[in-house]
Design a protein around this ligand. Sequence first.
Ligand SMILES: Cc1cc2nc3c(=O)[nH]c(=O)nc-3n(C[C@H](O)[C@H](O)[C@H](O)COP(=O)(O)OP(=O)(O)OC[C@H]3O[C@@H](n4cnc5c(N)ncnc54)[C@H](O)[C@@H]3O)c2cc1C
Length: 573
Amino acid sequence: MQIKRHSILVVGSGLAGMRAAVAARENGADVAVISICQPVRSHSVAAQGGINAPLGNHPESKDDSVERHAFDTVKGSDYLADQPAVIKMIELAKETIYELEHWGCPFSRFEDGRIGQRPFGGAGYPRTCFAADRTGHSILHVAWERSVKLGVPVYEDRLVVRLVVRDQKVKGLIVYNFKSGELEMWECDATIFAIGGAGQIYGATSNALNCTGFGMAVAYWGGVALKDMEFIQFHPTTLYGNNVLISEAARGEGGYLRNNKGERFMEKYAPEKMELAPRDIVSRSIYQEVLEGRGYGTKENGYVHLDLTHLPAEQILERLPQIRELALRFSGQDMIKDPIPVQPGFHYAMGGIHVDGNCASKEVEGFYACGEGACISVHGANRLGGNSLLGCAVFGKVSGLEAAKFVEGVSPSPDAKYAIFEEFVKEQEKHDFWFSGEGKNDPFQIMQEMRDTMKLKVFVYREEAPLAEALNKIRELKKRFKEGVYLKSKDRLYNRELEWVLALEGMLELSEAICLGALERKECRGSHWRLDNMGRDDDNFLKHTLVNYVDGEAKLSYLDVIITKWQPEERKY
Ligand SMILES: Cc1cc2nc3c(=O)[nH]c(=O)nc-3n(C[C@H](O)[C@H](O)[C@H](O)COP(=O)(O)OP(=O)(O)OC[C@H]3O[C@@H](n4cnc5c(N)ncnc54)[C@H](O)[C@@H]3O)c2cc1C
């Protein structure tokens, strides 16, 4: 079978991947994108609320600056972000917005024609730029159009299942092609993983179905560490029952959160910022109200109300049209007339593939990562709303530039083909076994048990005993998976069952890393809240968690946080 080749292979066609491909192409590299889906079906398209930059366009944000935005980000991260990476991201924010505008992104505007900005959680000034409540849709479309203009090939309907590394150098990828049902061999000098989030580990998530995080596991198996995996953002306002996202823009536009007594309970938890406190704080406040009987539904699966009925109908129709429609369709409530039921759900993975501020791995040469699946360490222990799209656009570009520079000095290695073929054979054998029906375990049963465990024991509030139980359970599930699972559908073409089984193997690894990191981090920081270890412990835990795959096992270690400007302080809002 033929081995296909491009100098740089970008994995993932969301905002980060498309931005990376454009940058690499514009810098002369032979680059192609491999992705599960057509670019504009990537989850970035669903981003609603906006993208941050200190433009100072809002009447209340005249004094905004790079420094203020960077400080809010570092404080929001509960001081776990690497400060040089944060500063780099914010220094590039303005030009990133203007670049997107020049590419044709239809940003909403103020009367005087300047790009509109609205308030978002944890921000000192209104600095979230937006295109109504379809910001991701607009930005992803222009990034994709740009790649079409430059002639960047996109190979869709393909899942990258293995990273081929020899002597700590990237050699290529093994790819499952849904359309042909075959495994393919791809050679490259560098790869950029832009593989998105991992919400499907929990199931109760605002993320799309292809956000399994599987690509993080592929990097992990290839020798790149996972970083800060225990930090998961539970978005405070996902619709009760199905966890469809109701963007923070709804609170940015003035929405209130109310308990079953009709009280705006955020008064008790964040008297200054109220509903616009950072997400970790708002999620815990909702959870606390429910636990203490002031929510609706049950304590295990309760909710509160998001109330926008005091806002003018025109404002909702103009600024939040998609969100209103989502709430109408998925909960039957019209937010113009009625409060809508909301609860916290998995929204964003702060952790991910360990790379530095240039998106490069120090462990594997030629490996880069960007976007939600990467941990460049700009979000630390809690991400601010609107900073993810910014991170994807900024570091997408950085990774494309860096990879293009790297491949200039590399010539294709003669041993690459052999290494790729070796990995291809191993992967083929694994698939053949699953298809053979000899495996005894039902993969979907294992997936359900994994999700139940994570939702019940590794959620907003955490404690030693449930975390230890979760870790044991995940290890038992991994064992059951390894003993052998079977596929019911024997069709090789478009076998979505196979896609889930592949993803499940990865999700089990990620779950193990999350549990391990959470169990060992005996403090409260950002989204990680240990009821049995209250308070932040900078003496022992002002550090990143790393998990490496060593001889088939997860090995934990720590790495210093880079602090250059702001010393950790108590985080109050
Ligand atoms: C509903 C929702 C609303 C949001 N709103 C906002 C917002 O207003 N502002 C903000 O800043 N952030 C927001 N976020 C977060 C933000 O949208 C995401 O973090 C960001 O878009 C992720 O972009 P990405 O390019 O990293 O990943 P994605 O857009 O998820 O793309 C990942 C790509 O990787 C591909 N892929 C994955 N694994 C593989 C593999 N193994 N092989 C091949 N291809 C693979 C997928 O096909 C996909 O193309 C929101 C998120 C959600 C879910």
